[in-house]
Design a protein around this ligand. Sequence first.
Ligand code: 4AD
Ligand code: MG
Length: 466
Amino acid sequence: METLKRTKVRALLSMEPGKEVLAKGWVRTKRGNKQVKFIALNDGSTINNIQVVADTSLISEDILKTVTTGASIGVTGKLVPSIGSGQAVEIQASEITVYGECDPMRFPLQKKDTSLEFLRTVAHLRLRTNTFGAILRIRNQMAYAIHTFFNNKGFVYLHTPLITESDAEGAGDMFQVTTMDLANVPTHDGKVDFSKDFFGKKTSLTVSGQLEGELGATAVGEIYTFGPTFRAENSNTPRHLAEFWMIEPEMAFYDIEDNMELAEEFVKYLVQWALDHCMEDLQFLNDKYDDGLIERLRSVVGIEFQRVTYTEAVSILEAAIAAGQQFEFPVHWGTDFQSEHERYLVEKHFGKPVILTDFPMAIKAFYMKQNEDGKTVRGMDILFPKIGEIIGGSEREASLEKLEKRISDLGMSRKNLEWYIDTRRYGTVPHSGFGLGFERLLLFVTGMSNIRDVIPFPRTPKNAEF
Ligand code: 4AD
Ligand code: MG
C-alpha cells in the first residue's frame, strides 16, 4: 500500500469528505467521554482547527492518555462530514501517533491566564497560541504584499548595510559595533583609537537605509529597502522597539506630491491586501481583542487622507486648547508633536489618516528639502488612528550648496558623508522617499495595542531574550 502523504489542515478543511487522510500538528484541546474523544488539532496553516474524532474502541487508552494540550501528533483516518457545528469535515481517526508528549502539569500555555502580558513572559512559546499564529501569518502576508507592490511598479529591492559609519537621522541613537575589548580599550592621545577596531573606524548598527537608498535611486531610478533597523533610544512605549523593520522606498524625479501619492497608495494597498488574504485571522483578532478592527481597516482603504501643513496643525491644536482640550505636553510653533497631538488630529479633529507636511527645519533631519520661506522643510509624516506616526519621509534637498550649508550649520562631520554629498555633486536630481515602520503598520492591521506583540522576538530596553 502507498504510504499516505500529510495534508495541511487548511487544505483538509476545504476538501470533499470521503478520502483517507493524514494530518499532523499540535493538540489544542481534548474533550469527550468514555466512548469517544474529540481532539482539536492545529498545524499553523490556518487559525482553524480540524476536529479529530477518536473512538476509544479503535485508539488505545494508552495513546489517548498522552494526547494532551500542546502534544504533537499524527492522525490517520477518513475525512467525513461533521455533524457538529463550526466545521464541514472532521477526521474519523483510525490511527494516532504521538510524536512529542506535553506534560499538562508544566506546559505554560494551558494556564487560565492567556493575557498578552502573561504571554510576553513566555515569549518563546507564545508563538504557538492562536493569537500569535494569526499575527505571524498576517506579518508574512504583509511582507509578501510589500514586495509585490514594489515589484509591480518596477522598483529594485536594494540591500543596504546594517553596519554603517553614518547616523542617517542625526539623532545619535545608535548601537555601536565593535570587536574591541571593552575592558581594555586602545587609546591614542586620551581618546578611543578606533583605527584599532575591526573596521578601522567607529561603526554602528544602522538607524535607516535611506542614505544608501539615495545612492541606489540616483542609479536605477526607484528602489526600496526592507530590513532591520536599530535605535538605541531609551523609549519604553507601546510603539517603540530597539530593533524594528523598516521599508524605505526612494525615487528619483519624485517631488513631495508624488511622494505623498505613492505613500498613500502603498498603505491602502497593504491594508486591502490584509482584507483580501487574511480575513480569518483578522476576524479572530477582531472578535477577541478589538471589535472595531475590520471596520477601521475598511474605512482607511476607502478614504482620502487629509493633507495639512505643520503650521495649520499647530493652529488647530492651539484652537483646541483654547476650547478646553487638555494635553500633557505644550504645543507651539517649533516643537515636535507628541503622540497625543498626532492622535488628536487624526481621531478627534479630522477622523481619518493625516499627512502632515512642511515642518520647522530645526526638528527634522539635515537631508530634507528646504522651502522658500527659509523656515520649513518639505517633510511628510503619515499619522494613523490609534498609532500616530506610521510613515516619515520627505523630498530631499537636491542642491549641493544648500545641503553642504545645512551639514555645516548643524556641525555634522562631513568626513563620513562625502560619499552622500557626491549624489548632489554628480548629476543631482529632485528625489523623494519615505520610511514605513513595519511593526507600526502591523499594529494598525492587527489591532494590537503593544508593539511587542507584533514582532516575534521583541528587543526593547533591558530586554533581548533568545
Ligand atoms: O521617521 P523616521 O525616523 O524616518 C526615517 O528613518 C527616514 N530615514 C525614512 C525615510 O525617509 N526613508 O522613521 C520612519 C518610520 C516611522 O514613521 C515609524 O513608523 C518607524 O519608522 N519607527 C519605529 N518603529 C518602531 N520602533 C521605533 N523605535 C521606530 N522609530 C521609527
Ligand atoms: Mg519620524
